[in-house]
Write a protein that binds this ligand. Structure first.
Ligand code: NFA
Length: 101
């Protein structure tokens, strides 16, 4: 008759898993005023004017720019909030999210 194995086992998986993180991307367009982009970056992403200007200019020159990195729910909420604020003013400004590798 076989016996029950009562030996304790060691958990081999890491105890703490790194949360998956997502980049919020700012896409350039030809219509949204620079000052409006800066105001959104300050309000939603809590940037200083200098930081917001740098990010706005990077997107303007390169076509897009990483704004910040968050867990998925926060990235989604902020990208949606920022895009909606622009839409309410009639601007096509777009924020999207993408998983960080
Ligand atoms: N390209 C826009 C302009 O020249 C400014 C802008 C920057 C828009 C970054 C969107 C993102 N008014």
């Amino acid at each position: 008759m076989s016996e029950t194995d009562t030996r304790s086992r060691v958990e081999t998986r890491p105890q703490i898993e790194r949360p998956k993180v997502y980049k919020v991307l700012l896409l350039n367009d030809d219509y949204t005023p620079r000052d409006f982009v800066v105001a959104i970056l300050r309000a939603v992403f809590r940037m200083t004017t200098d930081q917001a200007n740098g990010v706005m200019l990077a997107a303007h020159v390169q076509g897009m720019c990483v704004v910040a990195v968050y867990t998925r729910e926060i990235a989604e909420t902020k990208a949606t909030e920022a895009t909606d604020m622009a839409q309410r003013e009639g601007f096509p400004l777009l924020f999207t999210i993408e998983p960080e590798d």
